[in-house]
Design a binder for this molecule. Structure first.
Ligand code: B12
Ligand code: SF4
Ligand code: SF4
Length: 370
């Protein structure tokens, strides 16, 4: 049965499948609750809801006897770090420059789960990011790899460019041996992090992570992180890109096909001009769409402010009258970074009088005082 399911998984495009038992990670509840107690999840309240189920597969589904963990490679063809020097362009994390993996993976997991239950006659449940499941820890327990110091799962053969999904089943499978930590004395991922988001190896404070700030955080991004965000407009790949284990990874044919060339290095000026309809059209089917136009433009304006190019200031000026206060506030910050004091005072005179939003007013005050 295992051989059949594994062959099917390969056929569906998964690059790895390993199996564990639901009780193989007894330290999970303690580690998750410590992370939550420290507030490291920021505004991701959904991480705290159903924490008992998240930390224990049997808490989520008492019928589970085996957990199949699956990995799909999305290794980008180009090193994402090279884009960070092109300040007129926006950097979108590699996983998001393509069709939403939630849709792709979930469809394939469902197909595999259906196959398993039809062949084995046992019920299955399929999870990919949407249910309270700790996929990385289960993947390590199942032997797909190990959680690196950056907390992401690394495989010896595919590096850390992997997306994960899990199938719970009440069928009994022989479990695989767990993965072994192979980080050694390396700390490249910890040292490159632009916002110092790792309080210690193997621990991430999401509140400081650019991925969290640009994707999950709903409001204005705290000023202390704005310069460090650079031109990253959606997610961040820095700690993944420097991992030496990536040298063994190959770009899967499927990943090459799914990548959208037009999202590889989009111009900031074009992104900043997107209205809601154009945003939805450009990002249809990608993970960026779920973030929404206003949050995305907030990120783009931060990138514009970091571009150091006064030629792009006009694009930020256009957004000073945007309908969204989130966007207006970041437009003020970008103008403050790109324009001289006199021009800024002129813009203030034109735009600030009718400004009712306290956050935008505070941005004006800070920009004029700087
Ligand atoms: C919440 C979340 C985020 C948050 C928080 C990330 C985090 N590290 O927790 C934010 C928004 C920041 C985020 C960012 C990213 N994410 Co995310 N995210 C998730 C999600 C939904 C839950 C993760 C979770 O449970 N976090 C809770 C904490 C407690 O878990 P943890 O970091 O694994 O904690 C472990 C360690 O702290 C460890 N530990 C603690 N103390 C100690 C001490 C020692 C000595 C040791 C050894 C270990 C140890 O034990 C804990 C449990 O194993 C998962 C999907 C899922 N359902 O699992 C995707 C997931 C982890 N994300 C994914 C991806 C791709 C990303 C990004 C790369 C996207 C991007 N390019 O911007 C970044 C990577 C940033 C990073 N370095 O982690 C993939 C990772 C795939 C992989 N190969 O591992 C996942 C699995 C989604 C998927 N289905 O594929 N993500
Ligand atoms: S994704 Fe970026 S900001 Fe987040 S921990 Fe990794 S390097 Fe730091
Ligand atoms: S960069 Fe080094 S320390 Fe970080 S996950 Fe990779 S091997 Fe481990």
């Amino acid at each position: 049965m295992r051989r059949l399911v594994e062959a099917r998984a390969r056929h569906l495009g998964f690059c790895g499948m390993r199996i564990t038992r639901p009780d193989r990670v007894p330290e999970l509840p303690g580690r998750l609750s410590a992370w939550l107690a420290a507030g490291a999840h920021g505004t991701m309240d959904w991480m705290a809801e159903r924490a008992d189920q998240r930390a224990s597969p049997a808490g989520l589904w008492p019928g589970v006897r085996s957990v199949l963990v699956l990995a799909m490679s999305y290794r980008p063809e180009e090193d994402p770090l090279t884009l960070l020097d092109r300040r007129d362009r926006g950097a979108i994390a590699a996983y998001a420059r393509r069709r939403d993996y939630h849709d792709v993976l979930k469809g394939k997991l469902k197909e595999l789960g259906g196959y398993l239950s039809a062949k084995g006659g046992q019920p299955v449940k399929v999870f990919c990011d949407t249910a309270p499941v700790m996929e990385k820890a289960l993947a390590e327990a199942a032997g797909l790899g190990w959680q690196g110091k950056h907390t992401v799962l690394i495989s010896r053969t595919h590096g850390n460019w992997l997306l994960l999904g899990a199938i719970y089943t009440s069928a009994d499978f022989e479990p695989d041996a767990p993965g072994r930590d192979r980080c050694g004395s390396c700390r490249a991922c910890l040292d490159i992090c632009p916002t110092d988001a790792f309080p210690a190896p193997y621990r991430l404070d999401a509140r400081r992570c650019i991925s969290y700030l640009t994707i999950e955080h709903p409001g204005p991004i705290p000023e202390e992180f704005r310069a460090a965000i650079g031109n990253r407009v959606f997610g961040c790949d820095d700690c993944l890109a420097v991992c030496p284990w990536n040298k063994f990874a190959r770009t899967a044919a499927e990943a090459r096909l799914a990548a959208r060339d037009d999202l590889a290095a989009p111009r900031l000026a074009e992104l900043a001009a997107l209205d809601d309809a154009a945003f939805r059209t450009l990002f249809a089917g990608t993970p960026v769409k779920r973030t929404g136009r206003d949050r995305f433009l907030r990120n783009v304006l931060i990138a514009l402010g970091n571009s150091g190019d006064p030629g792009l200031a006009g694009t930020a000026v256009d957004r000073l009258a945007d309908a969204s206060p989130l966007v207006r506030g970041m437009a003020v910050w970008a103008c403050g970074r790109l324009l001289g004091a006199e021009v800024l005072r002129g813009l203030h005179a034109r735009h600030a009088a009718g400004e009712a939003d306290p956050h935008v007013r505070a941005e004006w005050d800070r920009a004029l005082a700087a």
